[in-house]
Design a protein around this ligand. Structure first.
Ligand code: ATP
Length: 610
């Protein structure tokens, strides 16, 4: 299959909805609010439809229902059926990974959406070049996404979704934030895509006359009711039938919106009644005062006569069966997507210097500073309380520097994940596993660097098994902090997340067994300490260093008596002589598993609600 064929075969999908009602719960009120009040309509393939209406009329709600993003509270019938897989939704804001170029973003999208078995890399490159040329993005091919202009971002969003040749494109306010020339270019491009046989549906605010006339169908909503469904050219005549005369040289789109807004009295009822007449959808020449709307054959004949002499339009194929549909979508297996996402996460990690070099530099600097402060605390029997304090600092440092980025990770990426999972680039669980696979080695490397420097600089026992146990505990507590951070990031916004993250760290620190000894905590409250991963981590790090019959520590000759000369005294002092390394590790691993599973489900829930 060559790439040009991939783009040329367009499956025509008509969207028909009947008696659509959407009700939402209102806080404090028992009665539900009807956002959409039994609207009906048909958006045909080969046509570009604009959904218009005043703010709060229900445009986005209708779009979300048609795309399948909103499911609860909806009644009525929608006929898109299995063809939902051939739909793409381009949301209002354009979100991309900032460190990738346009070409890289396109290549990755192509790899995620189309199996190499159907279209090989060379053909994908040809396809991408073709799309970038069509969307006038070829000059920005090597530009990083963060550096694109608003119009270029919108065109890139469209190009990304065109890769697998969707039959239906939904766009939420594609011209918002663009200047008039970019807006016109974007809508003209969409019209070209519609002419090729696709169904294009977009919401739009106050289009200029030029843009308005590019649409095939205008679908106007007002307070959840349809107040016009017809061609742009019929608007003036439609309004005239209910006595609303559009002034000369006035933009019909503006006048239509003024009328439905109630600027010339409330005509909603009359407009709703008149909008039920589907004949406004057709050219007046075709109707010729017929009482019935024309048949499809009549429309096709008329369109043919209108386009005579122009380039032949591609033939639109109808989707007949689910089998045929699967053939048309060419998705690669999910494990291939997993590899691709792991690759993307890695690249992103290395390109963002704040994630790599800055963090690594800070870890090294902090470890050296702590090493200089604590000196020989690992061996000097007079400094053992300070040494356990240093272990506490290691725990808190690793915890805090991991939980905060964890809290902020998903809020920053949520819009990208939402767009990509909704448009069938990959499944959420694939993405989630890819982030787990890529983030874990990073935590291991960073905590190893930090702990090794701190360990060696403070004269801790040079015994491999003690070091390995100490390091292992530091690594698992770091991964646990990441798990909790990600979980908090999926249930709270960044402001509340960082607050809760900081407060929870304080509590975990309080119950870690250093600031207040475990056997000093009232029995009834000890279960709180049992919830703190830092309590298990601290105990494990202390028993790694002082347990297992460690040799005596060095008591300086200047000292008359060293209370902590025997390592077991340190364990007794902190009530940790009964500590079980394996049990503590299992408790932290249990919490990691819990947080990671919870985070997946809360992320899934969040994607549905944003
Ligand atoms: N889940 C919801 N819960 C409560 N109210 C909702 C919900 N979804 C939509 N609404 C309400 O329904 C109305 C229509 O919202 P919608 O976002 O569809 O309007 P819109 O026409 O897209 O507006 P705009 O042009 O300003 O984006 C608004 O009053 C909104 O507050």
């Amino acid at each position: 299959m060559d790439s040009s064929k991939l783009l040329k075969t367009v499956y025509g999908i008509d969207i028909h909805f009947e008696d659509l009602v959407y009700q939402v719960k209102q806080s404090k009120q028992k009665e539900k609010k009807s956002v959409l009040k039994g609207i009906s309509g048909t958006f045909k393939s080969g046509e570009m439809t604009a959904i218009m209406g005043p703010s709060g009329a229900g445009k986005s709600s209708l779009m979300n229902i048609l795309t399948g993003l909103t499911k609860s509270g909806v009644s009525g019938t929608i006929e898109i059926g299995k063809a939902r897989k051939l739909c793409a939704y381009i949301m209002q804001d354009d979100h991309f990974y900032p460190f990738f170029t346009v070409e890289e973003t396109m290549l990755l999208a192509a790899a995620l959406k189309i199996s190499n078995k159907c279209v090989n890399l060379k053909e994908k490159r040809i396809l991408i070049d073709h799309l970038l040329n069509t969307l006038k993005l070829n000059k920005a091919k090597q530009t990083r996404c963060s550096k694109l202009s608003g119009g270029q971002k919108k065109r890139l969003s469209i190009a990304l979704e065109l890769i697998d040749n969707p039959a239906v494109l939904f766009l939420d306010e594609p011209t918002t934030g663009l200047d008039s020339s970019s807006s016109f270019d974007t809508i003209q491009l969409l019209r070209t895509l519609a002419n090729e046989g696709r169904t294009i549906v977009c919401t739009i605010h106050q289009p200029s006359t030029n843009i308005y006339n590019l649409f095939n169908l205008i679908y106007v909503l007002s307070s959840g009711q349809c107040t016009y469904q017809g061609t742009p050219q019929n608007t003036v005549m439609f309004l005239k039938t209910i006595g609303l005369e559009c002034p000369a040289y006035h933009n019909p789109a503006d006048f239509l919106l003024e009328c439905v807004n109630g600027d010339f009295d409330d005509h909603t009822e009359a407009l709703t009644e008149c909008a039920k007449d589907t004949r406004w959808r057709y050219d007046q020449q075709l109707l010729q005062d017929e009482a019935e709307p024309p048949t499809d054959a009549q429309v096709a004949k008329f369109n043919e006569s209108q386009t005579q002499g122009q380039a032949a339009q591609p033939k639109i194929q109808k989707v007949e069966s689910a089998k045929e549909l699967i053939k048309h979508t060419y998705p690669p297996p999910e494990w291939v997507r997993l590899w691709l996402l792991i690759g993307r996460c890695h690249l992103q990690f290395f390109r963002d210097w704040t994630l790599t070099y800055l963090k690594l530099g800070m870890h090294i600097l902090s470890a050296v500073m702590i090493g200089l402060f604590f000196g020989d605390s690992g061996i000097n029997a007079t400094k053992q309380i300070s040494n356990v304090g240093m272990i506490m600092i290691h725990c808190v440092y690793l915890w805090y520097t991991t939980i905060m980025p964890g809290i902020l990770r998903y809020p920053m990426e949520i819009e990208i994940i939402k767009k990509e999972t909704f448009n069938n680039w990959y499944k959420l669980r694939t993405y989630y596993v890819a982030t787990l696979i890529t983030s874990t080695p990073v935590h291991i490397i960073f905590s190893t660097v930090y702990i090794t420097i701190g360990y060696l600089m403070t004269d801790q026992p040079v015994e491999l098994d003690r070091f390995v146990k100490y390091l292992l505990t530091a690594v698992v507590v770091t991964i646990c902090a990441d798990g909790l951070g990600v979980f908090l990031g999926t249930i709270l916004n960044p402001v509340n997340g960082t607050f809760v993250g900081a407060v929870s760290t304080c509590f975990m620190l309080m119950f870690s067994g250093f600031l207040i000894l475990l056997n000093h905590i009232p029995n009834a409250l000890r279960f709180i300490a049992a919830l703190s991963p830092m309590r298990y981590a601290l105990e494990n790090m202390v028993i790694s260093l002082y347990g297992n019959q460690r040799d005596k520590l060095v008591c300086p000759s200047t000292e008359f008596y060293c209370h902590f000369k025997n390592a077991i005294t340190v364990l007794r002092q902190f009530g940790m002589e009964q500590g079980d390394f394996g049990y503590n590790i299992m408790m932290i691993l249990g919490q990691i598993t819990l947080f990671k599973i919870l985070a997946y489900f809360t992320l899934k829930h969040k994607l549905k609600s944003v």
